[in-house]
Design a protein around this ligand. Structure first.
Ligand SMILES: Nc1ncnc2c1ncn2[C@@H]1O[C@H](COP(=O)(O)OP(=O)(O)OP(=O)(O)O)[C@@H](O)[C@H]1O
Length: 641
């Protein structure tokens, strides 16, 4: 049995101090959100208790209904928020309060600019949570006991938010958490029944648990000595928002609900609310956030949909409700067909879940389609934040591939800015007469793509090319062989074939050049040896002397290499431009000089891919030899001669 311990003092993580300071300053103008955040945490704690009780009924120590209480004390100048949820052990308090365990904290803090307005938005992206208490309090006391632990293992945490906190073990008969806010000077207007009730209704009406406040006339502050037992009333509506009819719910309510489920500070971009009746009965209330969470790309990144069964929170999604490529979706799915004690294992093989998931996915895709059509500015925001994630769906979700393909946006050679603004449908609508394929170019960066020699013939003929530079784009093009019956074709892979876009005279000239330069091509091939799979003439270049393309059957290896970021195809083919003055004079060069030329042409072609030359020193040496020869200067003087 543990006995109350001496108070111990601990330091906050350095990041917490920085974050707190920033939060107090940048969120002050919106200070009432502290109550929303603390009520939201209390509600989560009760949800977690309910879930834990499913496997450990012993956690239910009392038959008191699950609820949240808010009260204030005018004399002591405090506001108290308490819940009878899961509570925290001493270790959990240390891990959760005073530490920021969230991945991405450092990156977040680096992104801060010092400009208060901008930083306030950033802080919102991070989720303000418990620390928002310090906006209005200069001392916060949290007492808590974890459900299932003995009363002697209560914990008291206290801090003035300036860098240290005190911790002690205390006796606490009731499980759950109580937070007492000792208000800063000048915050007394919050010590008001009407004011607090208004804040609760404004931000927390959607919380499905009752939020109780003592009745006004029992409040000692008012000095009424009625002698009645203190009464309490439920301040919020206390019904699950998603279970109410759509017509009754305003945008503001949806938005506050979103902030609660998503732990977000900003409004969502869009939402869908649907009651499904048929084989299975379930409700979807799903949101598209306006910005990406910090952990979007981290393997442990949390999925954002919460499963409820008949309004009772069951668990956070771990991939059963939303596929990975929609991991940014936040919200609630409530089923009437699953048992309350459903386990993760049951979820994994449940027909009900499969059916809910497939219809939820279709609805989210439809929501995105509507957003793209009706609110293109919002869709552009969505695409900027989540486009690269949605693209994974092309490879991941075969059955919805066409719908996802319609949602893709690209930068192309015809885009006026770097912003991806072209859909595949836009591209197809702009295709030239006789054009049969959708052309794309993959490069490690957009800058490398835009300046790539592979685009020369396409620019000359005014043919649009999609410019792809996301690492995930490799998956997109390998998983999406065609769109609207048009094949997707890399402009840097296989022999140049413009089909009907090339006239007979051009084809003939190309063939003729191939025959004329056959001997040169052989010599170049010999000089380059293993570095290239082949050398050939091409008509794809108009201004560059040479370029590297990938062989046609090269996709798999190419993909792996590109994923490693090298940008080089696994079996490179050097193509030369027969019209280029440099190429024309090569035939006359000696074998030794030709070898320099071959390597320099190869090296520069590697560079224009945005890739790295394997032996940069050798490349530079050969280039210098050629430059010296061209300027007609004598070579370096040999000291010994
Ligand atoms: N009333 C509570 N009961 C039990 N645990 C709590 C309570 N309040 C906070 N916690 C714990 O402390 C953690 C940190 O809370 P905090 O509000 O800072 O962040 P969060 O709720 O996880 O996320 P966000 O900051 O995005 O809202 C919570 O995740 C939870 O584990």
């Amino acid at each position: 049995m543990s006995t109350p311990t001496q108070q111990e003092r601990f330091s906050f993580q350095a990041e917490v101090v920085q974050l707190l300071d920033l939060m107090i300053h940048s969120l002050y103008s919106n200070k009432e959100i502290f109550l929303r955040e603390l009520i939201s945490n209390a509600s989560d704690a009760i949800d977690r208790l309910r879930f834990a009780k499913l496997t450990d009924p012993g956690l239910d120590e009392s038959d008191e209904p699950l609820q949240i209480r808010v009260s204030f004390d005018k004399d002591a100048r405090t506001i108290t928020i308490s819940d009878n949820g899961i509570g925290m052990s001493r270790q959990e308090v240390m891990d959760n309060i005073g530490t920021i365990a969230k991945s991405g904290t450092r990156e977040f803090l680096k992104a801060l600019t010092g400009d208060q307005r901008k930083d306030a938005t950033l802080i919102g992206q991070f989720g303000v949570g418990f620390y928002s208490a310090f906006i209005i309090a200069d001392r916060v006391t949290l007492t808590t006991r974890r459900a299932g632990l003995p009363a002697a293992e209560g914990v008291r945490w206290e801090s003035d938010g300036r860098g240290e906190y005190a911790l002690e073990t205390i006796e606490r008969p009731a499980r759950g958490t109580e937070i007492v806010l000792h208000l800063r000077e000048g915050e007394d207007e919050l010590l008001n029944d009407f004011r607090l009730r208004t804040i609760i209704r404004k931000y927390s009406d959607h919380i499905s648990l009752p939020i109780l406040m003592p009745d006004e006339n029992t409040e000692s502050a008012e000095g009424t000595e009625s002698g009645d037992a203190p009464g309490e009333t439920v301040v919020n509506r206390a019904s699950a928002l998603w279970a109410r009819p759509k017509s009754e719910i305003g945008e503001q309510e949806y938005s506050e609900f979103y902030k609660h489920v998503a732990h977000d500070y900003a409004d969502p971009l869009a939402h869908l609310h649907a009651k499904m009746e048929g084989t299975y009965e379930y409700t979807l209330l799903l949101f598209i956030p306006a910005h990406a969470p910090f952990d979007l790309w981290m393997p442990e990144s949390r999925h954002g949909v919460k499963l409820h069964v008949q309004r009772v929170f069951i668990m956070d999604d771990t991939g059963q409700l939303m596929p990975n490529y929609l991991r940014f979706v936040r919200g609630v799915i409530d089923s009437s067909d699953l048992p309350l004690n459903v386990s993760r294992e049951i979820l994994q093989s449940s027909r009900v879940v499969d059916s809910i998931r497939s219809s939820a996915v279709k609805r989210v895709l439809k929501l995105l389609k509507d957003l793209a059509e009706k609110e293109p500015d919002k869709y552009a925001t969505f695409w900027g934040e989540f486009g690269a994630v949605l693209k994974e769906g092309i490879a991941e979700d075969y059955s919805n591939r066409d719908d996802i393909a319609r949602l893709l946006r690209f930068t192309t050679t015809k885009s006026s800015t770097d912003t991806p603004d072209t859909s595949l449908a836009d591209y197809v609508a702009r295709m030239q007469e006789g054009q049969e394929k959708i052309y794309y170019l993959i490069a490690p960066t957009l800058a490398a793509a835009k300046s790539s020699p592979h685009l020369e013939i396409f620019r000359e003929k005014g043919i649009e090319v999609l410019l792809l530079s996301d690492p995930v784009d490799n998956w997109v093009v390998t998983s999406l062989p065609d769109f609207d019956g048009k094949r997707l074709q890399s402009v840097a892979q296989g022999a140049s074939d413009l089909g009907a876009l090339e006239d007979a005279a051009e084809k003939e000239a190309n063939e003729k050049a191939g025959t004329e330069l056959a001997a040169l091509v052989e010599r170049l091939k010999k000089a380059l040896g293993d570095r290239v799979r082949d050398v050939r003439t091409t008509n794809r270049l108009t201004t560059s002397p040479a370029c590297i393309v990938a062989g046609e059957p090269d996709i798999e290896m190419n993909l792996i290499r590109r994923m490693q970021g090298s940008g080089m195809p696994s079996e490179p083919i050097l193509e030369i431009n027969p019209e280029h003055p440099l190429i024309r004079r090569l035939d006359a060069e000696s074998d030794e000089r030709l070898a320099d030329w071959a390597h320099v042409l190869y090296g520069q072609s590697v560079l224009t891919l945005g890739a790295r030359v394997d032996e940069p020193a050798e490349f530079a040496a050969r280039l210098n030899d050629l430059l010296v020869a061209l300027t007609g200067e004598p070579g370096p003087v040999d000291e010994d001669s």
